[in-house]
Design a protein. Sequence first.
Length: 192
Amino acid sequence: NGSFDIRAGSIRVIDEYHFASLIAPMEFALGVAVTPIPELSLSLDATWARWSEGRTIHDEAPDPGLNDVVDLRAGVEWIAHRAFRARLGYAFLPTPVPEQTGFHNLLDSHRHEIAFGLGVDLEPLTGFAMRIDLAMRFHAMHLQEARKDPAAFSGVIDNLGYPGFTSRGSFEQVSLSLTFGLGDPVTVEDAP
């Protein structure tokens, strides 16, 4: 919250602003993991996200409002060696954004997420608890098509998304982490 004072030559604009910098819904998750053999674990979870209470970055209720969604995720971890693990995951993340017929232009669509990971326990080499993990994640978004309803606007239509728009996207993430254990060393064999 606050105000701004913008000057450009002889023009001066003084206005108030209210922005929401963190847009995250309330979530409830339920998951299950099984280990059919000691070297393999399988997991599945569903997360309900309450996007219907969501706001725009300007702290406005979007028009039309957002929908609650259930994200589905599955994963597998294989212990190839006591010090080496490989991971694979998939998620389907439906969009909370309904058909974009009104004023707001929210770019979002259903997403598929594929993740890969490798983990190495370095304790046998270092003598103390230390792990290194590498993970890669790819998001592929469906094509979003929007057609604006002229009845949703009054007067001159100056909406950037009018009469309609399409969007599609993808992005990748890569992470590398180094984890140190404090206290007594815990080896892979000692871990639960």
